[in-house]
Design a protein around this ligand. Structure first.
Ligand code: C2E
Ligand code: CA
Ligand code: CA
Ligand code: CA
Length: 279
């Protein structure tokens, strides 16, 4: 038993060392990632299921590292949050996304809008609103075509500050969505005070919607809540026709998920647009 304990100990240290190693490797690689242009944005369609039309897209970051290959967001976004590197990355994401949509709009897709993820760290920065205003001015994108996705937990980190920032962002004219809705701790009183436009139902509730009555209850409650508060609602992680049917039946019009398209490079997204226009 003693020996086994020893082995176990070694096993844990090895695993922990490896974790630490990966952490350090990613952290230092992040420092040069931007200047080496290793990041790109992929775009995932958001669909109005009553018309079948693509109403917009969510921009999702991808990191192609020369040695590590594709590094998934869950491996570097939380780390970049901790180190503050998310500030530079987030600024790049926002500018790149707005520029891309402006280009698509200039090529004739005037009604499209783009959703961009904002991290807790960005939201806390004193000059965040100013930086959004600058990107809009520089790119010439109409503010109403930009939707900022704030996670429920980021907003709840510092409710007073977030409420003020949301107020300033609304004055700019951008759209505000609460991402991962239902996973955090916002109360109805908060929701009433936040100047938001959209609730985004977290995919963990959508996944088992058609088999788990609790998830079904949560989702229908969020849809009803959004309706009663005059908010838009969008479901993420929609993968099956059954999920789509359920959501539509309960009054959710806007959807995002593999059923409609995976996040894809800009060129592929444009091809999808062209194909859906031809249909
Ligand atoms: P999120 O904002 O909740 O984004 C949705 C995630 O669900 C994306 O994962 C997307 O690829 C995935 N997804 C979309 N449809 C489906 C589906 O039908 N089924 C399943 N199983 N998954 C689906 P991704 O791209 O790996 O991003 C993960 C998270 O990383 C995002 O979650 C977001 O929190 C963060 N992230 C990604 N890009 C950015 C960014 O530019 N800035 C910041 N701050 N965070 C980002
Ligand atoms: Ca999101
Ligand atoms: Ca989400
Ligand atoms: Ca999520």
């Amino acid at each position: 038993a003693k020996e086994m304990g020893g082995n176990q100990y070694q096993f844990y240290t090895a695993a922990m060392n490896e974790q630490l190693g990966e952490r350090l490797r990613i952290e230092s690689a992040l420092r040069t990632g931007l200047e080496r242009r290793e990041f790109e944005l992929h775009y995932q369609p958001q669909v109005d299921c009553t018309t079948g039309r693509i109403m917009g897209m969510e921009a999702l970051i991808r990191w192609r590292h020369p040695e590590m290959g594709m590094v998934a967001p869950y491996r570097f976004i939380p780390l970049a949050e901790e180190t503050g590197q998310i500030l530079a990355i987030g600024a790049w994401v926002l500018r790149t996304a707005c520029r891309q949509l402006r280009d698509w709009q200039q090529a004739g897709r005037k009604e499209l809008r783009i959703a961009v993820n904002v991290s807790a760290r960005q939201l806390a920065e004193p000059d965040f609103v100013q930086s959004v205003a600058e990107v809009l001015a520089d790119t010439g994108l109409a503010p109403c075509c930009l939707e900022l996705e704030l996670t429920e937990s980021a907003v709840m980190d510092d409710v007073a500050h977030a409420t003020e920032v949301m107020h300033q962002l609304k004055k700019l004219g951008v759209q505000l969505a609460i991402d991962d809705f239902g996973t955090g701790y916002s109360s109805l009183a908060h929701l009433k005070r936040f100047e938001i436009d959209v609730l985004k139902i977290d995919q963990t509730f959508v996944r088992d919607l058609t088999v788990d009555p609790d998830d079904a209850a949560i989702v229908t409650t969020i849809i009803a809540l959004a309706g009663n508060l005059g908010l838009d609602v969008i479901s993420e992680g929609v993968e099956t026709q059954d999920q789509l049917d359920f959501l539509r039946r309960h009054g959710c019009r806007h959807m995002q998920g593999y059923l409609f398209g995976r996040p894809m490079p800009a060129a592929d997204f444009l091809a999808l647009l062209e194909q859906s226009e031809a249909a």
